[in-house]
Design a protein around this ligand. Structure first.
Ligand SMILES: Nc1ncnc2c1ncn2[C@@H]1O[C@H](COP(=O)(O)OP(=O)(O)O)[C@@H](O)[C@H]1O
Ligand SMILES: N[C@@H](CCOP(=O)(O)O)C(=O)O
Length: 309
């Protein structure tokens, strides 16, 4: 039996659309991610449990974890009968890398169960390909941090898909999922196909500056540069009262705020626990729309997906 946990992630991290992503974990020690357990069996079976299992497709064949299994069997050129249990704890269409959690946990559990025939790069490529199938275009900024942990810069060069970037351990990442859905594919379809030269120059300045600030340990410069001029201007309208929420969390004392992935989750960064608690309490009272919504004070998950059993 193999049990894998794969953590939530914040794609883009404001300043790196499709090329920067960070894995997160609640500071209270609770899990925020999906679990996949695999056992030997004489036939294939997929059982789904967890708070958000009711959001999964009805057909097994439409479940990403089934598609992980099919892809893995194809790669191994072998039918591998297993019983898979998916604990779906991440809301779908949340902006917290829900599909990535299932994909990473699924592939990692299968690979571990079958004696680790694939290396990390081979696994990550399969993960990115499947993520691309559900969001209509390959992007690694959820699967890479979810799988490898930390903040990952997506390179896709020299057979390197991503590498870890130094970050600031005292940053607290307060995330708030309101309880409504935004499809990643839909949120990608509303983005312009082209950007003007001025925006391209500004974006490269922000991203390069942010990476520089991370490597030279300048947290307040990094925070100032964490601006999204690629997706937020077009996606803000999809999130309830986003501008007002952003203004308020900064008045409380947050140093960064933005859309987590393609939303509707909002993330804010605070540099002390008192401000983080005030921001979390305000978001709990003002951004949550129903019982599916939640707020967590998180830090970066430096481990990424891991074997629990
Ligand atoms: N195990 C799964 N976890 C998440 N999404 C799944 C899973 N199986 C199938 N899906 C489908 O994949 C798509 C993921 O949508 P997406 O907007 O990318 O979610 P998220 O942004 O939360 O990853 C949805 O259509 C969902 O129904
Ligand atoms: N770079 C992607 C990130 C999508 O993250 P998700 O958690 O919403 O799936 C994008 O912005 O489309």
């Amino acid at each position: 039996m193999v049990k894998i946990y794969a953590p939530a992630s914040i794609g883009n991290a404001n300043v790196g659309f499709d090329v920067l992503g960070v894995a997160i974990t609640p500071i209270d020690g609770s899990f925020l991610g999906d679990f996949v357990t695999i056992q030997a069996s004489d036939k294939f079976d997929l059982i789904c449990d967890g708070f958000f299992a009711n959001q999964l497709p009805n057909l097994t064949e439409d479940n990403i974890v089934y598609q992980c299994w099919r892809s893995f069997c194809t790669k191994m050129k072998k039918f591998i009968p297993v019983k898979i249990l998916l604990e779906k704890n991440m809301p779908i269409g949340s902006g917290l890398g829900s599909s990535a959690c299932s994909i990473v946990a699924g592939f990692m559990a299968l690979n571990e169960f079958y004696g680790n025939p694939l290396n990390k790069n081979e696994l990550l490529m399969l993960m990115g390909y499947l993520e691309g199938k559900v969001s209509n275009s390959i992007h690694y900024d959820n699967v890479a941090p979810c799988f490898l942990g930390g903040m990952q810069l997506i390179l896709e060069e020299n057979n390197i898909i991503s590498q870890k970037i130094p970050t600031f351990n005292d940053w607290l990442w307060v995330i708030s999922y309101p309880g409504i859905k935004i499809s990643t594919a839909q949120a990608r379809s509303i983005l312009p196909g082209q950007y003007c030269k001025k925006d391209c120059i500004k974006h490269s300045q922000l991203l390069a500056g942010f990476i520089h600030a991370c490597y030279t340990n300048q947290p307040y410069l990094a925070a100032k540069l964490m601006k999204d001029i690629i997706a937020e201007p077009y996606r803000a309208k999809l999130l309830p009262n986003f501008i007002k929420v952003q203004q308020t969390v900064h008045e409380i004392g947050a140093i960064v705020s933005g859309i987590s992935g393609s939303g509707p989750t909002i993330f804010t960064i605070c540099d002390n626990i008192n401000i983080a608690n005030q921001v979390a309490n305000w978001l709990q009272s003002n951004y949550i729309k129903n019982n599916d919504g939640f707020v967590h004070i998180c830090r970066i998950d430096y481990f990424g997906a891991r074997k629990l059993g």
